[in-house]
Design a protein around this ligand. Sequence first.
Ligand code: ADP
Ligand code: MG
Length: 632
Amino acid sequence: MGRIRILSDTVANKIAAGEVVERPASVVKELLENSLDAGASEFRIEVEAGGRRLIRLADDGSGMLRDDALLAFERHATSKLADVKDLLSIATLGFRGEALPSIASVSRLLLETRSPEEQSGTAVEFAGGKLLRCDEAALGAGTVITIRDLFFNVPARKKFLRSEQTEIAHIASLVTHYSLAHPGKTFVLRHNNAELLSVTPVATLRERVFQVFGSQILDDLVDLGDRNRDLNMPTEPEEPQFTRRFRLRGFVSGPQVQKYNRNSIYLFVNGRLIRDRLLLHAISAAYHNLMPPACYPFALLFLDCDAEEVDVNVHPSKTEVRFRHGSVVHDFVRDTIRDILMAQRPASNIPAPTPPQPGAGLPFSEFSQRIESMNFPSFSAAAASTDTAVLPEFILRRPVSPEPRFEFEPAPPTQKLAMPDTHGPLFPDAEPLSPESLDALSDLRPLGQIHDSFIIAAGRDGLWIIDQHVAHERILFEQVLAQRASGGTESQRLLVPLVIGLSAAQQIEYARIAEELDALGFETEPFGNRTVAVKAAPAGIPAPEIEKVLFEILEISERELRGASLDDVRRAMAASIACRAAIKINMRLEPAKIDWLLRSLAATSCPMSCPHGRPIALRYSTRDILKSFHRI
Ligand code: ADP
Ligand code: MG
């Protein structure tokens, strides 16, 4: 007799459970997706002990017919796919027919369900994958699934569960984000009898964002509106070209909201919550030069496209997708977000003298729960482990006494609670400026300089403080890019060529980008082995800095941006040149120079942050001034 045997269903289900049911949040995800597929409009979720003791979801969806209620627990039993053709255009969240048998194999499960077509309902009970009973029962229409003692028969998996707080945070984040995807539906989540989320139907995504996050967060977000675009699809040369409609909706934060990891980026593709590197990259690319490199925005994006453009059958937990025309999708997302950001041009506000109380209007317990859920919003271990926290550059550079300090103190530490991880701590009250405020930037009246570093100016909307170095950096950055585009870069000829030695890696990079260096205003020539002679450099870079700029550019192109588009490399180079050529701090400026700087800044396309993402201007609004003097 041969040695190969077919595994029993019980064993096969447990193996599948290993992939599908990673933690309590994955159970909630599968149940929610089933209820959504069943057309439900109300989702009531009860959890105990982080989901180990109990997870119950009650929905008002289609329910199941008696025969289906048992069949649903057979492996590969699904009502959603009939044929292999259907795999090419999956319109439901589920399709693998794996979730229910998998969950039933690692828990004690009770299904109570009734379809409106039948008079009585059905109750089915399983323990560790074994059917205990299947009875007729008097039930309302819809489905209630109760899962107790998750992983009771898989001790290894149970050991890997994190604290109750962490597990419920994953669940809360998941439910919160599905609720954002369906503003017209009711979601209630209770944990150990405390209500964590309760939202009733509203008409728009904006109202749902308000229900979930409150007005403070909403103020920091930019509405993408509803962007439809017909994109031409690249096909094989002999095939006809065709177009596909893509739709992008949602909210992104302005560049002043800087998160230390990607956990605040939520992506839905055709209504499915996913993690996708291509889309994450598109978002980072949209913020390129608006934010420090290791910072991430808040983003809530809904991308909809023809089901044939996206393969969702990539992973058992269905959290990954593959696009048929990835680069088209990538550029569409990047450009749409970038255009919106550029149109906004927000600047940072100075923190108000009395910070708002933590979570004003919310009981503290609920508020801290929300914070928890925002800090751990990923629902798979893989996603949770992607990032290490990196502080944005301007926090690292926070001045320590006796160096210059602002009169307006950074907010006290409690402020962090009030705005959970949403802003760089120095500018907790940052909010996008209204169009009038942006106009105010163009007629600022300079009052002087403090510490020969910061320009003070009166605006019609309050007092402005502008960092002279980063302001000039932004001006030069845009100038270099514009000149590069028109082929008219200004350069300065050196009296004596500068001879620079290169490492082997630098030599390779140099050969790769020599032409681009030329176009940016350098004139260089290979000069013997691993040596290059610089005869001219972009105008404005002080001679002693030329070597540094060149090394910086080689490093940029070598380390960070290998594989990035030429456009990205070009922008990084321009940023490096602008930084070296810009006016430094601790430098007294003539009034005429200050005037020029402010006018030029107002004329830039993005006066709110420098190419490395640091804020350029702080504003102390007239309203805050009046408030501080108790005049309002
Ligand atoms: P899939 O969702 O991939 O089809 P599942 O194992 O998650 O597989 O579910 C199996 C089947 O059970 C579904 O196809 C659906 O017909 C039925 N089902 C599951 N949950 C519900 C529910 N809440 N309401 C109605 N039907 C459900
Ligand atoms: Mg399912």
